[in-house]
Design a protein around this ligand. Structure first.
Ligand SMILES: [Zn+2]
Length: 327
């Protein structure tokens, strides 16, 4: 198969060929129609994390099933599908309780196993869901990892209709879906960004207020703060919580070590909640929301041969929505 390959980490991608992967028992092979970029595609080139090599990048994708392994009955050759990038073992107690992100052998497509910026990808059959009717291949390739991550974050933070949600650093993939899913859940959503175009875009998408992330304070009191910036915004995020408020985080793109004032934490009875990726049921739920019309922001669509240009655009950080490769 034609594919993008990482031969060493840290390292750089090259276009090349690898043997076609064959589906084992319980697997399906998908011929990709579109795949989408994530920061994971950059991190693995920097050795953070360091994947097994040769590595095929790409966490998100959609395409057509072109082969199935022994014992696969729920999916057939020719089915249009979307890939769920969050892979649990399917057998342990956490997986059986639909808590696969807590599975000891949990992995992510394009990180722990070969991904989607290739002609073909082989995954366990439970990793594919029917493509939502009426949505484009590009939209279907674009929502997976980010919408799943944002959805689990909002569920873990128990966001309720009528509550105020503050999305810090809007404009990235996960935070954009934090805004869109927060609105879908009936919350009033405020956002912050350093970038005026991203603030304007969030207001156009339905945000009630937008603040400059660099301002000394944000004049908002939120029931839930949605964080993936980290050290650069942490203190202001905590100050923006109502008593009893919840802060949920899936990462720290701008610094991973933070300080917590214990008196403020216990006296104001805040909750700090970690979250990562999502479960199989949660993937079905976000897919159902996409089928019902959840907006999927797509910034640009490039041919798969232009992966290096697409990566440069991602690294620059000026995009509004997901960058998609058409295969
Ligand atoms: Zn498991």
């Amino acid at each position: 198969m034609r594919t993008w390959i990482l031969d060493e980490s840290p390292g750089a991608y090259r276009a090349g060929e690898l043997p076609d992967p064959e589906p084992g028992a319980g697997d399906v092979r998908v011929r990709l129609t579109a795949s989408a970029l994530n920061h994971m595609d950059l991190w693995v080139t920097k050795g953070l994390p360091r994947p097994h090599v040769p590595h095929v990048p790409g966490s998100d994708g959609a395409g057509v099933v072109d082969a199935v392994g022994e014992g696969v009955e729920e999916v057939a050759v020719g089915d249009d599908v979307v890939l769920n990038p969050a892979v649990g073992c399917g057998r342990c107690g956490q997986c059986l309780r639909d808590q696969s992100p807590l599975c000891r052998s949990f992995g992510v497509l394009g990180e722990h196993r070969w991904g989607t910026h290739a002609e073909l990808v082989v995954v366990p059959a439970r990793q594919v869901v029917p493509k939502p009717a009426g949505r484009s291949w590009e939209e279907c390739a674009a929502y997976g990892l980010c919408a799943l991550t944002a959805w689990r974050m909002l569920r873990r933070a128990r966001l309720g209709a009528g509550e105020t949600l503050l999305v810090v650093g809007v404009g990235g993939g996960v935070s954009s879906f934090g805004l869109l899913l927060g609105l879908t859940m009936g919350a009033r959503v405020a956002v912050t960004s350093r970038d005026e175009a991203k603030r304007a875009d969030a207001l156009a998408a339905g945000a009630a207020e937008a603040y400059d992330s660099a301002d000394e304070r944000w004049p908002v009191q939120a029931d839930v703060v949605f964080e993936n910036v980290g050290a650069a915004t942490w203190d202001k995020s905590l100050r923006s919580l109502v008593p009893g408020g919840r802060l949920v985080t899936c990462g720290g793109t701008a610094g991973s070590t933070v300080e917590v004032s214990l008196p403020r934490l216990f006296f104001r009875q805040h909750e700090l909640i970690g979250s990562t990726m999502g479960s199989y049921r949660e993937f079905e739920q976000v897919t159902a929301l996409v089928a019902r019309g959840l907006p999927v922001p797509v910034d640009a669509v490039l041919p798969v041969d232009s992966f290096p240009e697409a990566l440069a655009r991602l690294e620059e950080g000026a995009q509004l929505g997901k960058i998609v490769l058409r295969h």
